[in-house]
Design a protein around this ligand. Structure first.
Ligand code: ATP
Ligand code: ZN
Length: 303
């Protein structure tokens, strides 16, 4: 074996995703929708890309930022909470930034929040002065406490943070919240958000100059295309001709209205809409004179 090691030529892209857990399936579905497919390896830790030179590494979410920092993987799909925690921990240790979020992915939504015992009255950040706060996110919490000039003790726990107040190891907690049910079950209430989180595509801080750079650019374009398709809907309805202008005015981000003909005094019309239309908006549309209102999702669009 040679004594000198040169970095192996990398013309394949490697993406780390969660093996099991909340982000595992949506991450895989997203990459599949981007046209990727894999030959599953037997141990299922490494999946060899078939349709494109893009391989998957299936790991614990906590390991994903470090794998990117070490150059073992080029991209990762991970909660912003985890990425931000490890980025802040690096900074607090004086290390250079090693990764960055490239895109928000619209799933895995949750918030990192301060939660206090139900019987406490929340009177603002200053009431945390001198308290013991249990968390699995010590770097984000320390950074936030410092920003708010609060001196508090950070009690670092790797799991089951929500039972710390009951056990007496902390006075309150800083933890991820989605529905709030876990907090309520432990007689805690969320009072303050530190971070609004979602799953993100994380990548290197500098663009890669070899073939992997091109693969990343292609993947980002496909993800952006997907996000746009998902946000596009086709609204179809019938309405009296003289109501059309008023109806279009109700749609804030619609493309041009297409009239498909008239029958029984009603014009059949349709328009491409960006963003979501709520039930309330559709009902308002109906009250303004539209009937047979149907909202379709769009599979592909060159409009
Ligand atoms: P692993 O075995 O990979 O370490 P884990 O137990 O750390 O798994 P999960 O519970 O699967 O991780 O959560 C993964 C991510 O899902 C979180 O980091 C967060 O970004 C997101 N998430 C969304 N809602 C919640 C929630 N209610 N509680 C925890 N995480 C949530
Ligand atoms: Zn984890």
């Amino acid at each position: 074996m040679s004594a000198t090691h040169t970095a192996p030529a990398r013309d394949r892209l490697r993406i780390a995703i969660q093996k099991n857990g909340r982000l595992a399936e949506p991450a895989r579905n997203l990459l599949t929708a981007c046209g990727l497919s894999w030959r599953q390896s037997r141990d299922k830790l490494f999946c060899y890309g078939e349709s494109m030179p893009v391989d998957l590494l299936l790991v614990r979410d906590d390991d994903i930022p470090g794998l990117i920092a070490d150059g073992v993987c080029d991209l990762g799909i991970v909660g912003l909470n985890e990425l931000d925690e490890q980025a802040k921990a690096r900074r607090q240790m004086g290390l250079a930034d090693a990764y960055q979020p490239l895109r928000g992915l619209g799933f895995g939504d949750c918030r990192l929040m301060i939660a206090i015992p139900e019987e406490w009255q929340w009177s603002g950040v200053q009431m945390l002065q001198g308290k013991r706060i249990a968390t699995s996110y010590p770097a984000i919490l320390r950074h936030w406490l410092q920003e708010n000039a609060v001196q508090a003790q950070v009690v670092e726990l790797s799991g089951s943070v929500e039972i710390a107040p009951k056990l007496g190891t902390a006075d309150l907690i800083c933890d991820l919240v989605s529905s709030g049910a876990t907090l309520a079950a432990n007689q805690l209430k969320p009072v303050q958000t530190l971070l609004d989180s979602e799953a993100v595509l994380a990548g290197p801080v500098r663009e890669l100059s070899d073939a992997r750079g091109g693969l990343i650019a292609m993947l980002l374009r496909r993800m952006d295309g997907l996000a746009q398709e998902q946000a596009t809907k086709l609204l179809s309805f019938r309405a009296p001709g003289e109501r059309l202008d008023a109806l279009v005015a109700l749609l804030n981000d619609a493309g041009p209205l297409v009239q498909l003909g008239e029958r029984d005094g009603l014009v059949q019309a349709q328009a491409l809409c960006r963003g979501t239309l709520t039930w309330q908006q559709l009902e308002e549309f109906e009250r303004a004179g539209a009937c047979n209102v149907v909202l379709y999702s769009v599979e592909r669009s060159l409009a």
